[in-house]
Design a protein around this ligand. Structure first.
Ligand SMILES: [Mg+2]
Length: 430
């Protein structure tokens, strides 16, 4: 009897597409055709999930029961995830490993910090800012979060208040402590406490070109770089009415800046859902997970499950549109290459660029009804009617395109979302 593994290698050939799949199967099963190799549970995944947390998996301190049910379907008999999963939240006032532990406890499986994206996590990618002296605004472990994503020189609002005591005049009881000379850029992590202090001092830093001790004859414009995370205007906690989110703080800051200077406040980056960079970072973490697990197939489809049409659904649809455009651009470039009309300015025609191999084709949005969105609440059931009648709560710099807030699918809860995806992917439920 011929050696099946050998014949498989011969058929595909070393260096041919598919040979690495063969090697993976040989490494894992010892043969190309071991008993049960084609059972559904042994099929490597070609899709992955991005789960929002609040309103999808938990409400405040309570776990949504459908989440536990969904994750029983997502793990194998060893408690290992059968498909790549990343948790993407716009929350930011906590540490990544703490959020991972909370999820582990809630869902009954081991969630690693590398599977969690907080609103500020993509700041890892902004290495051009990491050596600058950054003023960080927000609450919780904001300084530690800034250092964890790569910033080395971090100054808090409290540091500035102490260094320039005459600037924060609202609370007269706070007295000078020390004076330092600093040259700042700004990161807005999340909504702070005592907004008036943060608003005053951030405006001071912008108007003084990063040195609030300096006197300037004219307002500098463009102003120093500003990065902002988490644009959510409102969020749902345990109260019945929504609470102000960081997006509301940004509205205040933008309007004060415009009123004072007559100019628009500009951001060098807006991070967190629905920004593209957050989904690019999620895709990167999914790829890393696939690599760690030794899954041989590239991930072609992502399913983003969320409860907020303005961030989760808008973001997933926006990224899907971006992927389609990138795919089209690659196809057009390939046509040009094949007929020999490649751009003569490009540096190297002998090898395709690395991003030529990009595998991700789509990012579908799935809206659940366990959080902000309710089909029986203020938002009408008909998606078109709902987006026309809904006030746009998105950020100033994102256009209100009604098609972007219409979900690919609407289901009751996250368990139904997982069942739906398994059905679409012909994936076994058990
Ligand atoms: Mg949510």
């Amino acid at each position: 009897m011929p050696n099946q593994a050998g014949s498989g290698q011969d058929a595909l050939g070393e260096g041919q597409p598919g040979s690495w799949v063969v090697n993976w199967i040989l490494g894992k099963y010892g043969s190309l055709f071991p008993e049960g190799a084609f059972d559904l549970e042994l099929t490597p995944p070609t899709f992955g999930f991005l789960f929002d947390i609040d309103g999808v998996l938990v409400r405040g301190r309570y776990v949504i029961p459908a989440a536990q049910e969904a994750f029983r379907k997502l793990v194998d008999s060893n408690g290992q995830l059968r498909v790549p999963v990343v948790f993407v939240t716009n929350a930011g006032n906590c540490l990544q490993h703490v959020k991972a532990q909370e999820l582990s406890d809630a869902l009954g499986l081991e969630v690693s910090p590398e599977q969690v994206i907080l609103s500020h996590s993509p700041l890892h990618l902004f290495s051009q800012f990491h050596e600058k002296c950054m003023l960080v605004s927000g609450q919780g472990p904001v300084e530690e979060n800034a250092r964890n994503v790569g910033f080395r020189n971090v100054v808090t609002i409290q540091d500035v208040r102490k260094a320039f005591p005459l600037l924060d005049m609202v609370d007269q009881s706070r007295r000078p402590k020390e004076l330092v000379n600093i040259n700042l850029w700004v990161i807005l992590f999340g909504e702070p406490v005592q907004w008036e202090t943060s608003l005053q001092l951030i405006i001071d830093v912008l108007l003084s070109n990063g040195n609030p001790g300096a006197e300037l004859a004219a307002v500098p414009y463009p102003h120093i770089p500003v990065l902002a995370c988490n644009m959510d205007l409102l969020w749902m906690a345990e109260a019945k009415m929504p609470r102000f989110g960081h997006g509301t703080f940004l509205v205040c800051l933008e309007n004060i800046y415009k009123k004072v200077t007559g100019r628009e406040l500009k951001y060098d980056a807006l991070i967190g859902k629905p920004s593209i960079v957050t989904y690019q970072y999620a895709e990167y973490l999914i790829e890393q997970q696939v690599e760690r697990r030794g899954w041989p197939s590239p991930i072609c489809r992502l399913y983003a499950v969320g409860d907020n049409p303005m961030s989760d659904i808008y973001g997933a649809n926006f990224y899907n549109r971006y992927l389609k455009a990138a795919c089209q651009a690659r196809a057009q470039a390939e046509v040009k290459r094949s007929v020999g009309v490649a751009d003569p300015r490009s540096e190297d025609h002998s090898e395709p660029r690395k991003d030529w191999y990009v595998s991700l084709e789509s990012c579908k949005s799935i809206l659940v009804c366990t959080g902000i969105y309710s089909p029986h609440g203020d938002v009408p059931v008909d998606p078109h009617e709902s987006v026309v009648k809904t006030v746009f709560h998105g950020h100033r710099d994102f256009c209100f395109d009604t098609s972007l807030v219409e979900a690919s699918y609407v289901v009751q809860d996250v368990n139904e979302a997982v069942e739906l995806v398994f059905e679409k992917e012909n994936w076994s439920q058990e």
